[in-house]
Ligand binder design. Structure first.
Ligand code: NAD
Ligand code: MG
Length: 407
C-alpha cells in the first residue's frame, strides 16, 4: 500500500553474490512487511551491465540512481537503458554520492574488497544504517570507523553499522539487543566471541596438496556459494582471519577474547560465551538471506525465505580446533587484530593482490599467506594512521606483492 512508510535502500555491489541475495530479500520484504514499503533507491555494479539492468527492471519503481563504477560499462548501460527516470553515473565518487544521498535510509555495503571503503565510510558519515558485508572496510580502517561512529553518536546521529557477515550477525544476535559489545558496566559481559569456520575446501588437505591446488579446486567451496575473492579467502582461512579483525572492531573486543573453531556443517554461525560459562549459539541453514534481512529489519524479525532445518533427519554438529600449521592465516589475523594501526590495511591489500595473482595462475595457493606476512613485516608500522596514510599503504603493499612475484 502506498500509504506505508518507505525504506529507501541503496545496494552497493548489487550484482554480486550478496547484492543479488539482497535484491531477493527486498522483493520478499516488500511482499510480506505489513508496516513498510521496501524500495531499491540506488544500485551499483562494476562491469556486469546486463545483470544490473535485469535487477533494476524487476522493480515497479526502478532505482533513481544506478552506478557502474567502470566508465565504459556505464556508457554501455546508458546506451541500452530503457529506464526513463533513472540517472546513470560512473566512478568511485558516484558510489560515495549514492551512499550519502539524503533520500537513502539504508546502505547495503556489498562491494568486494578495499574498493568498498570510501562509499561505506560515506554512508556512516551521512548517518545511514549500514548493513555491512564489506568486511574489508573494518579490516583496513576499523579504528577510524569506530571513532566516526562514536563522534556521530555524540552529535545525535543515528548512524549504525549492522553485520551482514553470518558469523558477526550470529554474535550480534547472541549478544541480544541491549547488551551487545563490551560496554563498560555490562552485566551480561561476553567472555569470548567464538567464530565458527567451515574449514573450506582444504579442511582435510595436506600442505602438499595445498601447494598444488588449482584455482578451480580452491573455488569449490563445500557449504557456501560466494564471490571468487571470499571463496579463495575461505580456502586459505584468510576469510576467518579478516573476520577476527572485523569482530575486534565491530564489537570493540580485544583479540584475546576472540576464538575460532572449525564447524564443517556451517549451521552454527558463531557463539558467545558469557562470564558464567554459558554459551549462546545462533543456528540456521547456510543462507545469507537471513543475516541480510536481519540487518535490514533489525530489531524486527520477519518471516524469511531461508528454509528451516529439516528436523526429521539426523544432523551432526561437529566442532574441531583449527590446525594453525596448515592455516597460518589465522595467526596473522589475530596479530593484526592485536596491533591495529596500519597492519590491517597492509595485510588486506597484500591479500587482495595475492588472491588476484593466484586466480591468474601466477602464484601458488600456498604463496598467498606468506606474501601477506612479508608485506606486514616489511612495512613501517604506525599505531594511529590517517585515512590517507592507510590508502598509501594499500597501494604500497600491492606493489610489494607484485614485485615479489615479477618475473
Ligand atoms: P562478488 O564478487 O560476488 O560481488 C562483488 C560486487 O562488488 C559486485 O557487485 C561487483 O560488481 C562489485 N565490484 C567489484 N569490484 C569493484 C570495484 N573495483 N569497484 C566497485 N565495485 C566493484 O562478492 P560477494 O561474495 O558478494 O562479496 C561481497 C562482500 O561481502 C565481500 O566483502 C565479502 O567478503 C562479503 N561477504 C560475502 C559473503 C557471501 O556469502 N558472498 C558472506 C559474508 C561476507
Ligand atoms: Mg563470514
Amino acid at each position: 500500500s502506498p500509504s506505508l512508510p518507505t525504506v529507501n535502500v541503496a545496494v552497493l555491489g548489487a550484482t554480486g553474490s550478496i547484492g543479488t541475495a539482497t535484491i531477493d530479500v527486498l522483493h520478499h520484504l516488500d511482499r510480506i512487511d505489513e508496516t513498510k514499503t521496501w524500495n531499491l533507491w540506488a544500485a551499483s555494479g562494476h562491469r556486469n551491465v546486463q545483470l544490473l539492468g535485469e535487477l533494476a527492471g524487476q522493480f515497479k519503481c526502478p532505482p533513481h540512481q544506478i552506478v557502474l563504477s567502470d566508465p565504459k560499462s556505464a556508457t554501455e548501460f546508458a546506451a541500452g537503458s530503457t529506464l526513463a527516470n533513472t540517472q546513470i553515473k560512473t566512478g568511485a565518487e558516484a558510489l560515495v554520492e549514492i551512499a550519502s544521498a539524503p533520500e537513502v535510509d539504508v546502505v547495503v555495503a556489498a562491494i568486494v574488497g578495499r574498493a568498498g571503503l570510501e562509499s561505506t565510510l560515506a554512508a556512516i558519515e551521512s548517518g545511514k544504517r549500514v548493513a555491512l558485508a564489506n568486511k574489508e572496510t573494518l579490516v583496513v580502517a576499523g579504528s577510524l570507523v569506530q571513532a566516526t561512529l562514536s563522534n556521530m553518536a555524540s552529535s545525535g546521529s543515528r548512524a549504525e553499522v549492522l553485520p551482514v557477515d553470518s558469523e558477526h550477525s550470529a554474535i550480534f544476535q547472541c549478544l541480544g539487543d541491549k547488551e551487545r559489545g563490551s560496554a563498560s558496566e555490562n552485566t551480561c559481559k561476553p567472555r569470548k566471541l567464538i567464530l565458527t569456520a567451515s574449514g573450506g575446501p582444504f579442511r582435510n588437505a595436506s600442505i602438499r596438496q595445498m601447494q598444488d591446488a588449482t584455482p578451480e579446486l580452491a573455488l569449490n567451496h563445500p557449504t557456501w556459494d560466494m564471490g571468487p575473492k571470499i571463496t579463495i579467502d575461505s580456502a586459505t582461512m584468510m576469510n576467518k582471519a579478516l573476520e577476527v579483525i572485523e569482530a575486534r572492531w565491530l564489537f570493540d573486543i580485544p583479540a584475546e577474547s576472540i576464538e575460532v573453531v572449525v564447524h564443517p556443517q556451517s549451521i552454527i554461525h558463531s557463539m558467545v560465551e558469557f562470564e558464567d560459562g554459558s554459551v549462546m549459539a545462533q543456528m540456521s541453514p547456510p543462507d545469507m538471506r537471513l543475516p541480510i534481512q536481519y540487518a535490514l529489519t533489525y530489531p524486527r524479525r520477519l518471516a524469511c525465505e531461508t528454509p528451516a532445518l529439516d528436523r526429521t533427519r539426523q544432523w551432526d554438529l561437529t566442532l574441531q580446533p583449527v590446525d594453525r600449521e596448515r592455516f597460518p592465516a589465522l595467526e596473522l589475523g589475530f596479530e593484526v587484530a592485536r596491533v591495529g594501526g596500519t597492519a590491517g590495511s597492509v595485510v588486506n591489500a597484500a591479500n587482495e593482490e595475492a588472491v588476484g595473482l593466484f586466480l591468474e595462475g601466477k602464484i601458488r595457493f600456498t604463496d598467498i599467506v606468506p606474501a601477506c606476512r612479508r608485506a606486514l613485516e616489511h612495512h613501517h608500522f604506525e599505531p594511529q594512521p590517517s585515512l590517507t596514510r592507510l590508502l598509501e599503504l594499500d597501494r604500497w603493499a600491492r606493489a610489494e606483492v607484485r614485485k615479489q612475484y615479477a618475473t
